[in-house]
Design a protein around this ligand. Sequence first.
Ligand code: NAP
Length: 441
Amino acid sequence: MKRTVAIVGSGPGGMYAAQGLLDKDPDCLVDVIERLPSPYGLIRGGVAPDHQKTKRVARAYDRTMGNPRLRYLGNVEVGRDIGVAELLDAYDSVVLAYGAPHDNRLGIPGEGLANVFGSNAFVGWYNGHPDFTDLDPDLDVDAVAVIGVGNVALDVARVLAKTPAEMSVTDLVPHAADPIHASRLTDIYMFGRRGPVEAAFTNVELREMGELEKALPVVDLGHFPETVSAPYMSDRDLRLRQRNVDTMRAFADVDPAGKDKRVHFAFFSSPVELLGSGRVEAVRLERTVVDENGKVSGTGEHFEVACQLAVTCIGSRAEPIDGLPFDERRGIVVNDGGRIAPRLYAVGWLKRGATGTIGTNKNDSLAVVDLVIDDWDGEMRPGRKAADEMLKRRGARVVSFPDWRVIEQIEIDAAPEGAPRRKFVSPEAMLDALAGAAEHV
Ligand code: NAP
């Protein structure tokens, strides 16, 4: 008996679930359904363009895609081309892995001003994500406020701070590279509402900020304790935080010679309002203090910093499709260890929220795969045939994995010298390229 499973979303959560199913159930058939023609979610559209080593995990996902028991159904949107209930009618189990691509909101006045963006939109824009190709941020600015002090904030600050030469070996898309590199930007502020000890950076990523060709990390040494002590942190956490604090303290020794940009690590600064008439002109912040349990409170002292572009990097949330039960507070689909409803599961950021590294998804997805296998009642549903008929009726133009390989090769062939690829930035451009390639065979 061949069990059929649909996985919705081809980011890390979905791809580890697919590989887990193929490994643990040697008979099962897996369909990975993806809204875009291009697979791998945040690996392509989220991981920073200058982190090509991180993106290499895609090679492992390619091997999963190459398994003859797996089909890739790209360019198919669940909720539009096919519903969750229809998937449950067709497949024995359905695993939702469509991520958390929506920006959390600060909830302060001025958030709606022009040139204020959430990180998913801004990162998507410079990464060529089709949803954000037309974002069109104005980079004719002196100063940028990056709000939040996690790894996404580091990505945004670094991509804005790096020189054209540093970015020439990346796949930063031209519609972003051109305005970023023409910009007169000199000051990038990263605002943390708590202190350097509480910052969510990982150390490898933090250290990069001390190695930028033309940008100087600026720190206020008065913000850094000699020794990190926090009763609520584990010994491991304390060690990691101490390393971050030591790294940031060492930024004070970076030679400023030849640097024409500054990246300010501005802690104990909580944004209370974005100011401007029509478009952002400054951010108003409240000075904060943090107690020994990491809790933050305002001091009542306010100050303003001029900025003409603001990017909030304060985490992400999912959204429900097809009326799925939703936890508004956590921004995830309600689930119990991955179970949403009979035969319906969630993995990745949709299941646990926007936390952890790419690798975190591996064990997390494997645990859900165990549930999928244990729960199966043995009843067979019509499987792929029913799903294919439905997609055909709706006129979906399904992109297979071999199709994607053709598109990908065109991107690679078009890469400027030293760069890995030149990305297509719309589904239409990908489909046109595919059609063009088919005409030439
Ligand atoms: P994150 O790590 O959760 O950081 C969010 C930041 O936003 C924190 O500094 C948080 O401060 C701040 N914040 C939240 N609400 C705020 C508010 N209302 N006002 C001011 N600041 C606020 O989220 P992320 O940076 O989006 O990253 C998501 C996950 O992806 C993380 O696990 C991250 O490590 C991972 N990631 C990894 C890489 C990599 O290169 N390894 C790159 C990108 C992302 P508080 O702590 O005070 O809440």
